[in-house]
Every structure is written in structure tokens, then in C-alpha cells.
Design a binder for this molecule. Sequence first.
Ligand code: GLU
Length: 613
Amino acid sequence: MRNSSILLTAMAVFFTTAGCGRDATSESGGVAEESAPAPDEAASASASSNNGAADEKRWFISAANPYAAEAGAEILRQGGSAVDAAVATATVLGLVEPQSSGLGGGAFLLHYDPATGALETYNGREKAPISATPDRFLTETGEPMNFYDAVASGLSVGVPGAVRMYALAHDDHGALAWNKLFDPAIRLSDDGFKVSPRMNMLLDRFPRLRATPEAAAYFYDENGSPREVGYLLKNPEYAQTLRVIAEHGPDAFYEGAIAEAIVDAVNSASISGDMTMQDMADYTALKQAPVCAGYRAYEICSMAPPSSGGVTTLQILAMLEPFDLAAAGAHTAPALHLLFEASKLAYADRNQYLADNLALADKGGLSPEEVIAGLLNPAYLEARAALIDATSAATDVTAGDPSAHAIETGAGEWSGLGADASPEPPSTTHYTIVDGEGRVVSTTATVEFAFGSHLMAAGMILNNELTDFSFLPVRDGKPVANAVAPGKRPRSSMSPVIAFDDDGDFWAALGSPGGPAIIGYVAKTLIALIDWEMSLQDAIDLPNAVYPRGSAILEENGFNTQTRADLMTLGHEITERALTSGVHAVRVNPDGSYEGGADPRREGVWLTGVVDK
Ligand code: GLU
């Protein structure tokens, strides 16, 4: 039953651009606004929002930093749309959490409007310059470059996508004027914001940032020490950049002085890049169909390639569906074992097939849509799930071959690709917004590494997203789908989710940073909500356990000796370390009220209130 739901949903989305049709209604009533904490004192509220008078329009926001959540709230109080609030939130995140995201980077944004039932996804992923070639990250002897040398170079910087993506979403769903949305970030850039503990800690941990003179002067004092926690940091250059974009629109970012500053920073780096003004001017954000599939009573929707996040998360859930995770018990060794086994199979497919991907089309006639259909094909996933042994960990898991099952892809050729095995360290941010009309935004945004490429221009950190490409264009004699190519977008793991209940009504929105572990964090949160019936905050707090490659990773101090021993008995090699997810989420309670969640591993908060009359 569920499998056919996967098929129907997956098939439906490939041939529409408007997204899933549904007829959900908004139920975002509320009473008096919960006191919005000032950024200094904000903390994650733990209760759900109250239901109140029917004529009150309740909004909600959860984001990784109190200043950013408050900026979104300021717009929502004025009756701004979820997309309006997203622009305000994102521009403040780029200032106060520059290690994670910014206008010098990219993002994926999901939007759901209960009035029309339309679920749309916006692709603001960075693009490789048109002169980029597959050997971009190879040395003269054909070896992959040192990863961190590549990160901190002009070669890693993709043409930023965030600004055109937000402009496209605002054209579709904006309620307030574009120029108003930049006010909170301009104000904070001029007046200053207090450096957070996490920003201070990361400035200390990535001293290479000091090699960029602008970054050294901005983020460190004259002795080279990181700006202290609570230091009032001002960024007048960023304020000026924002004023120009606010006043003249997105083209002012992609042409003229801002674009020149970006291109100049990239091309004058010590390992220089090759971005041109034409690359900047040519950047386009895309609207794509989501990928959706059922999991138990819910429909889970996320981002299509170039993110691998949506398909891989849906594969993991589909392969777990035959198992009774509720009976196995929350975070017991048997449940974790099943999660790890499903993850191994899904990541093997991901590394082989998912990319901004015309490689398969070139090879064997598969379109990118057919790749998604094949990987989410119910019969294929049933066969993959049958490989899971509930009593023993598999070794040597390899990618599958959907062609035996994929009814819509019979002509395609699935063999012949090499797997991508590049390192993918974690950074990034996720925020979730519901506006007074019940419209939902779920966005994961990134500059890739902590402080991106470490290059700065026009007051902004520039991304290093191109190191999300495979450094090796060919592996074991086979072409890698995620190889660099001109104008291509690097594969992502970002998995912004909007999910619906069995009536088709909006039920939850979430996502996380964390590199390839994003997929595991999102799957864990959904399983904890659905199978283990946890509160949203408990689901987020639950220790992380992921299997992105090679071995099971448990969050340090999260699991007892017995669970670890049981997992080893099942055949797992265990690594323990910090797993710093950053899930910022909302769920709709049965009474229609909003239940918020913010990840204690980062600095996020959630806020709710009602639209000013
Ligand atoms: N650049 C990564 C991606 O797009 C995200 C990095 C992270 O989450 O830390 O998948």
C-alpha cells in the first residue's frame, strides 16, 4: 500500500512543475504573542504555542540564532509572508552566523501554501564557472588536491545563488516590499551585534581565516585573537551591500560593484579561481518539483537533485517501513541497527547516482527525472530492503541497479558510474517559518565549510561549495556523476522537509546542517516523531546516530555501554564523536497549535506570536 503511494507520488512530481496538489487548510490561530525574547536572553521555548481566538493570525519561526529568529518575527508581526520573513532571517544569519550561511552562498527553499495546495522548491545552489573543467581539483600529477587547500582557494567558490533564489521566491510569494526585508540586517550591521559563543569558538578553531586580510581585520583583534563572546561587531560594508540589493534588486548583486568585488576576491586569491562577471550575470535560480514519498501515515517531501538529501532520506524511510521500529523501541540497538543498514544501502546509491546529473543521461539515456524515479521505485526499494538482515551488519554494501525494477526507466543504463568518495565536512544552517496565513517555508542554506572559502567580498563570506564536487572525475576507470563540469551545481546533502498528515494537511517542517550526516539527522527526527511518538523537542534532543560512510557514528555521551556492546555484537564498527545537528522545526499539534523545536547543539530558538492588527 505504502509502496504504491511512493510510486504515485514520485511519478506525479516528475511531470508537474507546480508541485503536489493538495487542499490543506490553515489552522494557525493564536492568542497573545508569547514574549519574544530579546536576542541576549532568548532561549528555546519548550511548550507548544497556544490556540486562541479564531481571528488571530499566528506565525512561527525557528532559526539557528536569536537575532535571525527575531528578524523574521519582526517581518511576520507586520503581516509579512513566510518568504518575506525568510529574506530577513537569511540576511541576518549571514551577519551573525557567517560560519554557516550568507548571501555569498546558496540555499534550497521549500514553500507550501495551504490556500492553493502547492508545494514548490527553489534551487539557489551555487554553480561552477563556465570555464570549470573536471580536473579542477587535481594536481599536476593527477592526484586529488589537499582538501583544505582547495577549500581556502578561489577554485572552490561557486557563483552564489541565494540572492536570485530569494528574489524568485519573493516574486511568487512576497507580501511586503522587497526593500523592507533588509531593514533588520542593515540595522544590525550598522549598530553591531554581539558575537556568539559558537562564532567565537569557530573563529578560534579555523585560524586559517586570518590569512584573508579582510577576514583578519573583521573577525580578529589586532593581536590575532578571535572577537570575544559579546563583542559588539559591526559590518558597515555588508550594510552597504544590503542597501544596494534592497534598493536596486537582485541584479545589483550579480552585476556592477558587488559582483566585481566577488570576482576580484576569487581571482586574486593565492590559489586563484576563474569566475567572470559573465558567470555572475548568468546565474539563474530554478523552481523544481519536490520529491515526495509516503512514510507510514505521512507524506514526506524534500528537495530533488542537485541535492541528494531528499531522495536518500526517502530511500532510508522506505527501506525501514517493513520493520516495526516502534516495537524495537526508541534508540535501542535493534532499531539503530536497522537505521544503519538502511543508511548504508541508501548512501551507496547516493554516492553512485545522485548529482546535478546529466552524467547518466550521457551514459545511457536516463534523464535526471528517471534517475529519481528509479531510485524511489517501490519494487526496487523492496528488493533493497530485503537485503537488510535484522541480526547482522552487512559488509561491502554497493549501489543497486534499479533497472531490473524501474518500470519507467527500461531503456536506461545504470551501470558504469564510479562512486564519489570526497570528504564533506559539516557547516550550514536550517530555518523554518510559518506565516499568519499558514504558508510554510523550510530552508537549508550554506556557505559549505565553516566560513566557506575564507574569502570575503563586499562584507560577505564567499562559499566553497565547489568542493562538494567529486575531486576525482573518474574512479576505478568509471566516470563519477558528481564530477565538476561547466555551469554545473555540486551535489548537496541538504534536506529541507515539509511533511503532511494522512488528511493531506501540513504536519511538520524541518531540516538540519551537518554535511552528509544531514540525511541521518532528518531521518532520525522523523522516525522519533512518527515511530517513537516523541515531542518535537525530544525528537531533536535524541542523541544522533548516523552511517554516512564506512562506519556507524554515535553522538558522544549519547549511548550507554550496553547499546554500544549490542551494536558491536551485531557486527558494527562504532565511532563516537560530536554530531552537531541543527534541526529547527515546527509541528502542527492535533488541536492545530504549533509545537516548536530548536537544536540545543547550536544556538537556535523558536518564537511564535500573532500578526499585528
Ligand atoms: N555543503 C553541504 C551540502 O550542501 C552542506 C554542508 C553542511 O551541512 O555542513 O550538502
